[in-house]
Design a protein. Structure first.
Length: 223
């Protein structure tokens, strides 16, 4: 148990340059508190003591602003940065070395039974405000860009941005956990730019045809 606690604290120092001391991390990091509370709640949930598990979960939510259902399965070295507004559903499964930022929702899409929340595989990163919804899988080393809404499976080693989420990088070099939230590809803007460029080309062709038509009319009038 103490080894896991130490590991959780070390992850904070690795991921957050603002962390300065063990005492500061232990006393002030709400993401860390939420993870520790979830482990306690999850242990009661596995013993089918659902009411106690939910009480612990709700108390943790009140103090941290992070809602993790006690049924969620979370791996090792899970890091929640800031954390306010994070929601993790009951059947969500999170692997090892996963990082999420504030405002992230790992939720369902309706009232379906069974597995209805996402599976997040190892080394994934989910940026600020992203929504990953439904029984889908986010592959290893994947990145979800800030504000994205993901409704389909994300392949490993991919970067997804947009609403709905679109894969913009896939099967490249191993994705690092240094996502620059202000420097993401924008497939919607790229498509708009392509349409504008096509319209400019059509305008040039139209003007050329119009010019030739005027010249032909002028030539016919001189006959």
């Amino acid at each position: 148990m103490f080894r896991r606690i130490k590991e959780d604290i070390e992850v904070v120092f690795e991921q957050d340059p603002a962390a300065r001391s063990y005492l500061e991390v232990i006393l002030t990091y709400s993401g860390l508190h939420a993870i520790w509370a979830h482990r306690i709640a999850h242990s009661f949930y596995k013993r089918k003591l659902f009411f106690i598990a939910r009480v612990i979960s709700q108390v943790s939510r009140f103090f941290t602003g992070i809602e993790i259902h006690p049924g969620a399965k979370i791996g090792r070295r899970f890091f929640i940065d800031h954390g306010m507004g994070v929601v993790i559903g009951e059947t969500c499964e999170i692997g090892n070395n996963v990082t999420v930022y504030q405002g992230v929702t790992l939720g369902g899409t309706g009232k379906e039974k069974g597995k209805r929340h996402p599976t997040i595989e190892d080394n994934a990163l989910i940026a600020t405000g992203a929504k990953v919804l439904g029984s889908i899988t986010v592959g290893e080393n994947a990145k979800i860009g800030a504000g994205s809404v993901v409704l389909k499976n994300v392949p490993p080693n991919s970067t997804v941005v947009g609403i709905p989420g679109r894969v913009v990088i896939r099967d490249g070099v191993k994705v690092k956990k240094d996502l620059n939230h202000s420097d993401l590809p924008d497939p919607v803007a790229d498509r708009c730019w392509a349409i504008e460029e096509k319209m400019r080309q059509l305008q040039v062709e139209f003007e050329e045809l119009k010019r030739k038509g005027v010249q032909k009319e002028h030539a016919d009038s001189n006959l």
